[in-house]
Design a protein around this ligand. Structure first.
Ligand code: AMP
Length: 506
């Protein structure tokens, strides 16, 4: 049965079951079916059944879920955009994805021509007035169609839209559910829907008829409020980056008394350290902890390992896990030779959850994606840019081969920031460096040279840079610290010497 049909069936057979809770608003599977059918009917009637992208702009509202499911029932794909993104980033995404329709659950930050905007009030009208007959499966997104596209930081300064098919998502969900138990589940949704980590909680929840419990940015910025909401949440299954767990663990009230139903914690997106695992063990002695690994391009995660006390004692750093079924991992050198076990090289992912490529970006697709034949069948392949090695079928992650970093769980291309800084009129050149402590990036430093001094005082120039950047890149990408220099050190072949700068900034 297709994933969409499975979710739809909960709307018939468990219609009163809670599907999504977001602050004081909750919806049942019955609501999800009714309103997604209404939206799909409207879209089919007015915009046909083409597998083209529809942008959905908002945060953690219930209407986000109605929209996602309504869109895929009408055969279109969706592009989730979190309303915290800066205006220029949203413009970039629109330019790359070329949508005909945007569903704006929150008000769009600018006017648009030639794109149909379905705003919140129109959406509510559609829910009220559109026919609510069930949508025939023949209109649903098909296995090889794009189901969603998620935008990630791109080294050119423009985000890249990773296209995920229904087949990719189904492959992920089937495997992901094997990490969870069969009991009644409430999944915590922490990541915004525009990050692929949210696909883990959202679809493992919807595919198992469970409840998705969203925490929003307001709660995350106020620990007291967050913990208060945890008290009554009944969360059983935690999904987050290790950074978010670290933030919670810094408060001694974060323990099994606060989340007394919690039995599983799924981590992905960045290094899970031994010390985080030890802290979790103390606060939640009974929970199962999983480390999972994967880029957005392979649909959330493709390896996993349960981090038992023994694993935590035996390995430092921790392994990222064994590959899921129908997924093969290879380690390659720069000449594309497959390396033997134990040798370090680039992690290559082959399998049925690998994306069909970036949206409208043939040049980078050629570099990053390909195919490989395994057991007589052709599978998609993705070159991750991650460094790692295999040992006894276990994958170990050893950092990046390029300038991509993870800061507080966010994937950032340093060149993306640099290209946006260079666009500021008084900037001559720049290099952005990560500041690390104990193997973890604490913050970013922007080193800049100027074409002219727009202000006398350095701190005023820095605040000028930060204010300008706010329009173009998300807040989490703006370097915390800036250093203004007369010149940047150069390598003999005329490139900025990052290594020398890194030493200098230590
Ligand atoms: P994203 O596409 O945002 O999920 O970021 C994917 C990147 O995050 C990967 O290519 C890795 O560099 C990193 N990553 C994901 N999972 C892990 C993990 N379990 N341990 C270390 N790094 C990870």
């Amino acid at each position: 049965m297709s994933l969409i049909k499975c979710i739809d069936d909960y709307g018939i057979h468990s219609s009163n079951k809670m599907a999504h809770i977001s602050e004081d608003n909750s919806i049942t599977y019955g609501d999800l079916k009714k309103y997604s059918d209404a939206l799909a009917n409207y879209l089919l009637k007015n915009y046909g059944n083409e597998n083209t992208p529809i942008l959905v702009y908002g945060h953690k509202e219930n209407e986000m879920l109605y929209s996602f499911i309504g869109i895929v029932k009408s055969g279109h794909s969706y592009v989730p955009i979190d309303s915290s993104l800066p205006v220029e980033r949203v413009r970039d995404i629109i330019e790359v994805s070329q949508p005909h329709i945007i569903i704006s659950i929150e008000e769009m930050p600018f006017e648009l021509e030639n794109i149909k905007i379905i705003n919140y009030n129109t959406l509510i009208e559609i829910f009220k007035t559109s026919e609510v007959e069930s949508i025939s499966e023949e209109y649903y997104v098909k296995k090889e169609d794009v189901y969603y596209s998620i935008f990630t930081s791109g080294s050119t300064g423009r985000p890249k839209g990773v296209q995920i098919t229904l087949g990719c998502l189904e492959s992920f969900v089937k495997w992901g559910l094997s990490l969870c138990n069969d009991k009644e589940k409430v999944f915590m949704n922490q990541a915004p829907f525009s990050f692929d980590l949210s696909v883990m909680d959202t679809y493992l929840s919807l595919a198992s008829g469970s409840t998705l419990y969203s925490i929003n940015k307001k709660m995350i910025s106020n620990m007291k409020e967050l913990f208060k909401s945890f008290e009554t949440s009944n969360i059983t299954t935690w999904v987050s980056t290790p950074s978010f767990a670290d933030m919670c663990l810094s408060d001694s009230n974060f323990n099994e008394k606060l989340l007394d139903k919690l039995d599983t914690m799924l981590f992905c997106g960045e290094t899970l350290t031994n010390s985080t695992v030890s802290k979790i063990r103390q606060a939640f002695p009974k929970v199962k902890i999983y480390n999972t690994y994967g880029p957005t391009e392979s649909t959330v995660a493709i390896t996993s390992i349960e981090v038992t006390d023994k694993i935590n004692e035996d390995f430092a750093p921790l392994p990222v896990g064994y590959s899921k079924e129908n997924t093969w991992l290879y380690i390659m050198d720069e000449n594309k030779n497959i390396l033997p076990e134990g040798e370090k090289g680039e992690i290559i992912i082959v399998g049925d959850s690998v994306s069909i490529g970036y949206m409208n970006n043939e040049e980078i697709n050629k570099k990053s994606f390909g195919t490989m034949e395994i057991n007589g069948k052709t599978y998609r392949m993705y070159k991750t840019g991650d460094k790692g090695y295999m040992k006894d079928n276990l994958l170990f992650y050893c950092g990046r081969l390029d300038f991509q970093v993870k800061l507080n769980g966010y994937r950032i291309e340093l060149e993306d920031i640099e290209n946006n800084i260079k666009n500021i009129d008084f900037i001559d050149n720049t290099i952005v460096l990560p500041h690390e402590k104990e193997g973890k990036i604490q913050y970013l430093i922007g080193v800049v040279t100027l074409t002219k001094r727009v202000e006398e005082k350095d701190f005023k120039i820095v605040s000028n840079i930060k204010n300008k950047l706010k329009e173009y890149i998300p807040e989490y990408m703006i370097p915390r610290k800036f250093v203004i220099k007369e010149t940047l050190p150069m390598t003999p072949n005329g490139k900025v010497n990052r290594r020398a700068l890194m030493e200098e900034m230590k």
